[in-house]
Design a protein around this ligand. Structure first.
Ligand SMILES: CC(C)(COP(=O)(O)OP(=O)(O)OC[C@H]1O[C@@H](n2cnc3c(N)ncnc32)[C@H](O)[C@@H]1OP(=O)(O)O)[C@@H](O)C(=O)NCCC(=O)NCCS
Length: 159
């Protein structure tokens, strides 16, 4: 298996959309093809992206913003790995590469995860993210978006 990581190109977007439309949490959130395309193309245009490719097939992706999208740090907007390729370390590697760029600019990396997406919460905790807040009824009534943060420490010392 030849696994390659590189920047996302427009021709990768269709396969990323397929991963989104067939995975949680996006199925429950009823994410549409148009919404998925907008997020991915937005990442290519004004953020940063990485895809994982196996034999030219897109098996994972990440969209992130090292600055300008979240106060006090970078923001990981979207990550997904194809069902058949989960549990192989691809998600961890995508996060590691995004964090490398984010921590070049900032002391914090932030992300949002749906309250019902327990598997992703566990994944993020295993990478050092901790819950720092919660936005109730954010996308669907009765469910929140949990704000998670990984930090290198405070920005300044109090004096
Ligand atoms: C979450 C996701 C990106 C993880 O990618 P992955 O390639 O399967 O994860 P990895 O193989 O790199 O796993 C990294 C660590 O997280 C843990 N982990 C990953 N998925 C997990 C799950 N479903 N439940 C519990 N732990 C999990 C692994 O045990 C591993 O820990 P270890 O290295 O100590 O063994 C992937 O499962 C996915 O695409 N899920 C659906 C989309 C999603 O929820 N995206 C996040 C939206 S906020």
């Amino acid at each position: 298996m030849r696994l390659v990581y590189r920047e996302m190109r427009k021709e990768d977007v269709a396969e990323c959309i397929k991963i989104i439309l067939t995975s949680e949490p996006w199925k429950t959130l009823r994410t549409t093809e148009k919404e998925a395309r907008t997020s991915l193309l937005g990442g290519i245009k004004s953020g940063k992206t990485i895809v994982a490719k196996v034999d030219n097939k897109t098996v994972g992706f990440i969209v992130f913003y090292p600055k300008g999208a979240f106060p006090l740090g970078g923001y990981i907007k979207l990550i997904g790995v194809h069902k058949d390729f989960r549990g192989m370390g691809i998600g961890r590697e995508l996060m590691k590469r995004a964090e490398k760029e984010i921590f070049n600019y900032a002391k914090n990396s932030f992300l949002l995860v749906s309250s019902f997406n327990k598997a992703a919460q566990k994944f993020y905790r295993s990478l050092g993210y901790k819950k720092v807040g919660e936005i109730p009824d954010a996308i669907m009534k009765g469910y929140s978006e949990i704000i998670m943060r990984k930090t290198l420490g405070p920005i300044k010392r109090f004096s």
